[in-house]
Every structure is written in structure tokens, then in C-alpha cells.
Design a protein around this ligand. Structure first.
Ligand code: GTP
Ligand code: SPV
Ligand code: MN
Length: 624
């Protein structure tokens, strides 16, 4: 197929109206049904859509929606020979990532949101939202999407409903969550649920031609933690539009977890199987675009070790009666960063993406397949870039947007754990905190105990990535990788972490580690090869959990002895190894000053045990 043919096919076509067989409200009765119907009708009265479509989550319905989006020029169907059941969406160039500056926590009290969140007074922002949402779905269909986070009916699961005027969002939610009428039945039966409202904010006048990616320059992503509601306006992209993900499963769920005694975390979840055949469960929090999906799909380069994927972005974690922490992945799919995903870095992801995938903002090949930087070592000779323009390797700009993504069902991952969606979850043996740090932070360091681990989590900083608006590369605080995702005062969140530890059996609490795959040498190159070789760090971590290797005390925590690291078959120079673990007391004292400055932004709310950890750190650094 020639590029010209594909371009012709992407042009906007006529919109069709929905066949009567889809979209009916399910005929379910129960004490909770009236409230759901009333809510849906209230949103419809405000936003004034042409149709209301109750989504049943069926395959037929999904295929219908995808076909309609292709006809409307909103999706490009990829060549089924290479990528069956797969589509490419191109966003508006202004709508390519989460917009943190437009994300608000509308708690009754400002201090409940804390200094790291944008706070909005609930009554005021509600008035603003009513203004922008009024008539915002005119000329469009309003979809009602009932979804479950976690297996439907599971003890750690929670349900919600998203209304949206974006069919792309419906298709994405269908991959990322469990959508279905079963959820409506639970609501009808009286189960609590979270209300989420989404509009791209681009009403159509009668006869007005739609665009491929409707959105609005004005954006609001507003969370009401006191009433468990999310209202998102103006963006169709990722976490701004799939409200079950960051908005619900992190910001709102973190508040529910605070009140109910559990944790909603920005963490991947894996099962690691040692050469002896023992299974361990590891959760890891890294900021956006800092390696969660990659570690979740790790293929160890050291013989004997295996990793099974359980989740790649979010974990809900609850203390069990056995004194351990139990975790589920509440999602059902992966919304992963495309650039950098290739055979040599993450072959598991490449295999996962064989078909049934929605790609957003990647490049299109002349043969109707997709491409992005890092998929292959050599770029194809000609492409259509993410903005729809012809591209060659000499174009001097990336063909795929740095935050281009794939959306694919977790079940399609070749190394997904057979029991990945078990409702009870898995018991955690280790928790990792990491970030993107060119300097200072060693490859791995172990916390001395739970409180020290919470301290490490609270001090995570990371260089900014393209996953959110902002200056890429700039170092910022990102405690627990939750800076953009904690729905309440971060100091209280630290306190909640401390208190969770007190509910665990001391010998059964997961060990906590800090890792950094991104340390660089003076010449600017990564000192550690990363990816599959991160299994060598996991090996040491599991050996520590098993109590089979000693560790070396340092001012910042426990370090490995180099001889305990399995470095067989890898090339890393002795000088690089030394640099990977080097701790410079002066730089660390400067870090401690920055930590104190950060803590001080919370006034006297920081737990005293964390202030004590900071004092001890300084003491140890001054002794060093
Ligand atoms: P979000 O989906 O935004 O939460 O991102 P994520 O944390 O899942 O990050 P992901 O695994 O998608 O990786 C983001 C980028 O970091 C990709 O370009 C990867 O290729 C790169 N990356 C991941 N792991 C490593 C590593 O061990 N070393 C290096 N150098 N780069 C890595
Ligand atoms: C992240 O930024 O951490 C993501 C992408 O996982 S988004 O869903 O857009 O938030
Ligand atoms: Mn993420």
C-alpha cells in the first residue's frame, strides 16, 4: 500500500448514527439503579448530547465503535497482515500528555489537598465546571461506561462509571478496565461506586464537520475526594481521559485507602521465580516514563530466573490478617510508552503488541504497520510521522511523539502470570522506589527498616519526562512516584505509610529498596545497561529477602558487596561499578538540605519519625 492511499483513507468521513441494537440502558432493577439513572440523566441534561449509549463491553459493540471511528477518520486501521485488530490514533498536537497544571483536588479544606496539589474550592470549581460542561456534548453521543477496577466483585476491587463523549476513550477504557453490565447489576444492588464525567469539550453544531481528535484549549481535571467524583474537560489523552486510571485508581483511591487502611500506589507488580523455583512478589514505584512497564515485563539475562507480569502501573495494597501486605493490579491493560520499546530492550512488550492494540501518536509505515524510535535500530526510509506529515530519517525530528503510547490487554502479554487477576492479590516480599537520577543515587540500596524505607520513598526525586507537560530533564521531587497522583496532603500520606507498617508483622513486612537504573558517567552515558540486566539487581534483592547475603552499611542505607552481585556474562568495567555505588557525603548533605526544604513546605505535618530519619542521615553523613 502506498503512503498516499493511507493518507486518503485517514480523511474525515461522514458520521453515522448508532444502530438501535446498541446502547440501550440495561433492564436491571435494584435499590441503587434509580440513583445511577438520575445521575446519567442529570449529566445529559447539562451536557446535552444527541444520544446516550449505555456501553455493555461486548466484543461486537467494541468492533462497531472502532469501525465507526475509522469511518469518521478518528482511527486508522493498521494493515491486518502485520497488526491484526489494531489502530492508530493521532491526537491534536496540543493534547499529548497529562496536564498537571490543570489537575485539581477540590477538597473542602485547602490543607487536605496539601502544597503539592493544585487546590480548588469545591463550590467555585463546580460552578466553573457547570459552565464549561453546559452543552459540551451537543452533536455527540454520550457513552455510559460501567467499569470495575480489580476482578468484578473481588474483595479489593472498586467500581465506577465514566460518562464520556469520546469513543476513543470508551475503546481505551474497554482495554484498561473490566467494562460490563455486571457492574451495573452491582450498582443496582446498592454497591458504592465512583462517578466520573469526561468531555472533550468540542460540541458540534448541526452539520458541522468533526475533526480527527476533538479537544479544547481549556482543560480541567478535577477530583472531589469528599464525594468520590471526577470531572475532566478538554483533553482526550491518556490519564486525562481514561478516568479509571490516574484519577480514580490513584487520586480518589488514595483517599479511600487512607480512610479504609490501605494503599493505592503508582507501582508495577511482578512475581520473581528464583533458580530454586521459589516465587517472590515485588512492587516498584517509579515516576512516569521511568521504567515500570519495562521492569514489569523483565526478561532476566541471568540463567534460572523468571519473571511473571502482574501489573505495570498501579497497585492496590492492603495489610492482610496474616501480617503481610497483599497487592492487586486494579487495571486490565497496559497504556505503555512506545519509544524505547524494542527487541533489545523489551521484547515481551513487542510480542504483546502483535495485534488488538490501539496505538496513539506513533509513526505509520508505508505498509500500514507502525514504528517508533527504538522499535528497530534502523528507522524505515519513509514514514508518516505522528502529526500525519511525511518523514524520513533526515527530517531531524522524532517520527513518534516521545509520549506516544500503546493500549493493549494485559492478558495478551506472553509472560503474564496465569493468576494475574486473582481477586485476593499476591503477598509482597519487596517494595522498590526509584527515579531517573543521573547523579548521586546508587544502583541499589536497602532500607534498614520500614520507617527508613518510607523515608527513602518520601525523598525520591527524578528528572522529568515527556509523560506530562513540563521541561524534560528537570529534576523534581516525586515522593513515592506519587507527586501528581496523591489525592490528599502528601505529609498525611507519608504518615499513612508509616502507620501501615505498624500493622504488619515485623518479620513479614516487605523489605524496601531504592534503585536507580539511570546513573550517568562524566561522559553522559548510562553506567548500567539496564533492562534485562536489571535482573541482576533483583537477584541481589531476593537474596537479601532470603537472608542469604550480607550487606554493607553506608550512611544512606545498606549496599551490596560487589562479590554478591551476579555479573556473569555482562560487560561493566570496575570503574563504572565503583561509580554506580559511589556515595559523596557532600552531595548527600546537599540532598538532605533539599529534603528538609521540601518537608518544611508541609509545615509541622511531616511525621516526626521521618524528621528523625533525616537527622540520622545527616549524622551518619557527617561521620563518613
Ligand atoms: P509510565 O507508563 O509513564 O508510567 O512509564 P513507565 O514507568 O512504565 O516507563 P517505561 O517502562 O515505559 O519506560 C520509559 C522509558 O524508559 C522507555 O523509553 C524505556 O526504554 C526507558 N527505560 C526503561 N527501563 C530502563 C532501564 O533499565 N535503563 C534505561 N536506560 N532506560 C530504561
Ligand atoms: C503516567 O504518566 O504515569 C502514565 C500515563 O501511566 S497516563 O495514563 O497518561 O497518566
Ligand atoms: Mn504510569
Amino acid at each position: 500500500m502506498a503512503i498516499a492511499d493511507i493518507v486518503t483513507r485517514t480523511q474525515t468521513g461522514p458520521s453515522r448514527s448508532l444502530p438501535a441494537t446498541y446502547g440501550e440502558r440495561p433492564a436491571i432493577d435494584g435499590p441503587g439503579m434509580a440513583a445511577l439513572v438520575e445521575w446519567v440523566e442529570g449529566i445529559a441534561a447539562l451536557t446535552q448530547p444527541d444520544h446516550i449509549h449505555w456501553v455493555d463491553g461486548s466484543r461486537a459493540e467494541n468492533e462497531y465503535l472502532l469501525r465507526e471511528m475509522v469511518d469518521e477518520g478518528k482511527l486508522i486501521k493498521l494493515n491486518p497482515e502485520w497488526r491484526p485488530g489494531s489502530y492508530l490514533a493521532r491526537s491534536h498536537p496540543s493534547d499529548v500528555a497529562r496536564t498537571e497544571a490543570r489537575t485539581f483536588i477540590a477538597s473542602e479544606k485547602e490543607e487536605a489537598a496539601g502544597p503539592t496539589n493544585n487546590w480548588a474550592a469545591p463550590a467555585e470549581i463546580r460552578a466553573t465546571l457547570e459552565g464549561v460542561f453546559e452543552g459540551s456534548m451537543r452533536g455527540r453521543t454520550m457513552y455510559v461506561v460501567p467499569f470495575s477496577m480489580g476482578a468484578v466483585g473481588g474483595p479489593l476491587s472498586h467500581i465506577g462509571v465514566q460518562v464520556t463523549d469520546s469513543a476513543y476513550a470508551v475503546a481505551s477504557i474497554g482495554i484498561m478496565t473490566r467494562v460490563g453490565t455486571e457492574v451495573v447489576r452491582q450498582i443496582a444492588d446498592g454497591a458504592p461506586w465512583v462517578k466520573t464525567v469526561h468531555s472533550v469539550g468540542a460540541p458540534l453544531e448541526p452539520g458541522q464537520q468533526d475533526v480527527a481528535w476533538p479537544c479544547n484549549d481549556e482543560k480541567y481535571i478535577v477530583h472531589f475526594p469528599d464525594t468520590l467524583e471526577v470531572w475532566s474537560f478538554g483533553s482526550g489523552y491518556g490519564g486525562n481521559a481514561i478516568l479509571a486510571k490516574k484519577c480514580f485508581a490513584l487520586r480518589i483511591a488514595s483517599v479511600i485507602g487512607r480512610d479504609e487502611g490501605w494503599l493505592a500506589e503508582h507501582m508495577l507488580l511482578i512475581r520473581v521465580i528464583s533458580p530454586e523455583g521459589k516465587a517472590y512478589h515485588v512492587a516498584a514505584a517509579f515516576p512516569s516514563a521511568c521504567g515500570k512497564t519495562n521492569l514489569a515485563m523483565l526478561r532476566p539475562t541471568i540463567p534460572g530466573w523468571r519473571v511473571e507480569t502482574l501489573g505495570d502501573d498501579i497497585a492496590w495494597i492492603r495489610p492482610g490478617e496474616d501480617g503481610r501486605l497483599w497487592a492487586i493490579n486494579p487495571e486490565a491493560g497496559f497504556f505503555g510508552v512506545a519509544p524505547g520499546t524494542g527487541e533489545s530492550t523489551n521484547v515481551t512488550a513487542v510480542e504483546t503488541l502483535w495485534g488488538n492494540t490501539i496505538f496513539t501518536n506513533v509513526a505509520l509505515r508505508p505498509d500500514g504497520d507502525v514504528w517508533w524510535e527504538g522499535l528497530t535500530d534502523q528507522a524505515p526510509a519513509e514514514l508518516i510521522d505522528w502529526e500525519g506529515n511525511p518523514w524520513t530519517p533526515d527530517s531531524g525530528r522524532p517520527a513518534a511523539h516521545p509520549n506516544s503510547r500503546f493500549t493493549v490487554a494485559a492478558a495478551q502479554c506472553p509472560q503474564i502470570a496465569a493468576d494475574w487477576d486473582t481477586p485476593e492479590g499476591v503477598p509482597l516480599d519487596a517494595i522498590l522506589f526509584g527515579g531517573r537520577r543521573a547523579t548521586n543515587v546508587p544502583l541499589v540500596v536497602e532500607a534498614t527498616d520500614w520507617t527508613h524505607g518510607v523515608f527513602l520513598g518520601s525523598t525520591i526525586s527524578s528528572e522529568r519526562t515527556a509523560a506530562a507537560e513540563g521541561t524534560v530533564g528537570e529534576l523534581r521531587r516525586d515522593p513515592f512516584a506519587m507527586l501528581p497522583f496523591c489525592g490528599y496532603n502528601m505529609a498525611d500520606y507519608f504518615g499513612h505509610w508509616v502507620s501501615i507498617g505498624q500493622r504488619l508483622r515485623f518479620d513479614r513486612a516487605p523489605r524496601i529498596f531504592q534503585v536507580n537504573w539511570f546513573r550517568k558517567g562524566a561522559d553522559g552515558r548510562f553506567l548500567w545497561p539496564g533492562f534485562g540486566d536489571n535482573s541482576r539487581v533483583i537477584d541481589w534483592i531476593i537474596r537479601r529477602v532470603e537472608g542469604r547475603v550480607p550487606a554493607v552499611d553506608s550512611p544512606i542505607g545498606r549496599l551490596p558487596r560487589i562479590e554478591d552481585l551476579n555479573l556473569d556474562g555482562m560487560e561493566v568495567s570496575e570503574a563504572d561499578l565503583e561509580e554506580l555505588f559511589a556515595i559523596d557525603p557532600d552531595s548527600w548533605l546537599a540532598e538532605a538540605d533539599l529534603t528538609e526544604e521540601f518537608y518544611d513546605t508541609f509545615g509541622d505535618r511531616i511525621p516526626s519519625s521521618l524528621r528523625a530519619e533525616l537527622s540520622s542521615l545527616r549524622y551518619r553523613l557527617k561521620q563518613a
